[in-house]
Design a protein around this ligand. Structure first.
Ligand SMILES: [Zn+2]
Length: 148
């Protein structure tokens, strides 16, 4: 781990503690300049396969979830920080299912659940894309459910 101040490779861990999302936060001290910095180590999660609607399988990809949320939050007063935090929480929920394979519909429901808390407009947008509303009526009934 290179020191961000002097570029020296050697550092000493002075404190370790668990952080969010299966990560470990380590406080380090540079062997050379003595300055302190923090690193996060993320435990590599076992590969997860997503089963799509057409039964095709693909590797789980966090960026796909993030991308969907970013699009749903377009022009809404939601910061990238909030989005990343939401993605973290969604990911934690997905992995805590403890599955090797997960249906994309399960992920979709978890995302929608989270978006409901985050922003109602983002939720409706995501649901509209995700559930592929065939007509205005389905869309309106979903919207009414939400507004209740
Ligand atoms: Zn240094």
């Amino acid at each position: 781990m290179k020191c961000p101040y002097c570029g020296n490779e050697g550092s000493r861990v002075i404190d370790s503690r668990p952080a969010e999302n299966n990560a470990i936060r380590r406080r380090r001290e540079c062997d050379d300049c003595g300055k302190r910095f923090t690193t996060y180590e993320k435990i590599e999660t076992e590969s997860l396969t997503v089963i799509k609607k057409d039964k095709a399988r693909q590797m789980y990809d966090r960026n796909k979830i993030r991308h969907g949320i970013v699009q749903s939050c377009h022009k809404l007063p939601i910061s990238m920080n909030q989005i990343d935090k939401a993605v973290d929480e969604i990911e934690t929920r997905i992995f805590s299912l403890g599955l090797r394979e997960v249906e994309s519909s399960v992920i979709g429901e978890i995302v929608m659940d989270k978006l409901k808390d985050l922003d109602e407009v983002a939720y409706v947008r995501f649901a509209a894309i995700y559930r592929e509303f065939k007509d205005v009526n389905t869309f309106m009934s979903e919207l009414k459910k939400l507004l209740k």
